[in-house]
Design a protein around this ligand. Sequence first.
Ligand code: M6R
Length: 618
Amino acid sequence: MCGIFGIVSNQKSINIGKIALESIRRLEYRGYDSCGILSQYNSKLFVKKDAGKIDDIHKKLKLDEFPNGSKLALAHTRWATHGSPTKINSHPHLDCEDKIAVIHNGIIENFIELKKELLSKGHFFKSETDTEIIPHLIEENMKTNKNLKEAVANAIKKCKGAYGLAICHADYPDTIIVVRRESPLIVGIEEGKTTYCASDIPAFLPYTRNCYILEDNEMAILKAGTAEFYDINDCDNPKQKEIQLIKWSIDAAEKGGYEHFMLKEIYEEPSALRRTLKIPNDSLNKFAEIILSAERIYITAAGTSFYAALAGKFIITKFLGKYIEAIECSEFKTQLINSLEENSIIIAISQSGETIDLIEAVRWAKEYRPSAKIISITNIVGSTLTRHSDNIIITQAGPEIGVAATKTYVTQVLTFALIALEIAKLTKNESQEEIQKYYNALYSTPEIIEKFFEKNVELIKYIVRNLEKNLNFFFLARGISIATAKEGGLKLKEVACRFVEGYSAAHAKHGPISLIREGYPIIFIAPPDETYERLIGNLMEFKSRGGTIISLVVEDDDKITNLSDTTIRIPQPGDKYHNLFSPITFIPALQLLAYYAALEHNLDPDKPLNLAKTVTVH
Ligand code: M6R
């Protein structure tokens, strides 16, 4: 989620600051709320860091100017997780003596306990970040053991969570130590001259194509033009690693080898879900308590976030047993000007946290009913929405660059599901055993999506080719899957410029069905939930009028499969636990369909016509 970069060289004329600055610019897509660069010279560390975009900070601080002769630098571009995006929270973070510097991509899950322990030993902290415990842990270890490599290894062994780390010490002028667990870390080598490290290859691709990819629990000692690798649990015996030659262009490398950000981000859904599954229980529990205590609950959002709200409303009401109204944020004030009650709870949901209609809705609600509570779900720490909220949960999708929201949608629905299960625990309307089955289904969502990707891409491309001439589509569903129909339809509209009516299958016979002619394509979203039998009836209404039926079903479906022209099978069980979370597992199929349809029509899926990623005008 953050971008890290390091360089150590023995080249006389090298401009270390300039290289570090250019390199984090190439990583800016990984996070862009603050940045920092450090260089080491004459046993001193020189740090420049601040909140904001790299270019703005560079204008203020001249990020490429460091002492002449400096041969080592670390650089970081941040995507805030712990601590808002401020200068103090920007990386690098240093120990008490300003000797040890660390840049980090990931989350140290046990940082609160470790911080307490370090505070009791006299360490003082400047930031609110989880990262800052690492230089202090190393400092603490070096009190008894002057060996930097061992001190780093011992410190890291105490940390739980995910990390890609680059570390340097003022008194070790020619050494960077890197460590990895769960977060990516790559070492690039210009043999005998310069060594680089980065959380992604594009950072150093203009300088070298030779690299080593660190595995989990590996550590490397980087010196100018060399790298030595170790297992974190065995620092005495260096490991052999195979060098890899990178053939991608810089542009392709930024997209991780994918042709477009949209495709990369769809494929990142399993990892985004896994991170979101780790949202701390206390923040979910807080949301659950607030929702349970409320008389009136509204959810509000725009676009994809609104469709996540429709799915979320369905999942939460199942366990809450109270009505929740979902209102598009642009209509929020108009609809509630005469009826927003005291003490209402407003759940605001937004990927960016900057959508102007949403900000206006929550501002208005707070002014009109100061007793109303705003609780928000967003992907961006420090966004405007977070500043107007009483409580926030940050989804863990990571930066989303493609204009079409994809991985952020699944993490939003997952967040609603996690809150819903906290509500279930509190109301005790379901047994512990039953709740655990819902959790198990939720934990299996990343794997279901991975399996889906393994088997179905060619089928989706085939469907796209067959539908190439169709300009209009219906995406139909009942119950919770109406959210999937609407979101899937929005994707096809956005990136492939096809018109889609994402609609209730039952309601479609009250008018829209008059459009159906021979060959009109209709996609039915059909998990085997309580709406399944009735959906078959709706499907027949469209089939008997000549519609071409494509259905999204679970692995062992037979009834709808037999009635459809084509089926896309989602590799999951059709039990009630998995069906409830089908908005998460069924949507990748429709996102891929939209993506490949865009390519079929020679459209750039990352730059849909007339759209912006964040809508800040009314
Ligand atoms: O950042 P937000 O979630 O508030 O954005 C809301 C919509 O603008 C956004 O979802 C939009 O519809 C996307 N282009 C959908 O792919």
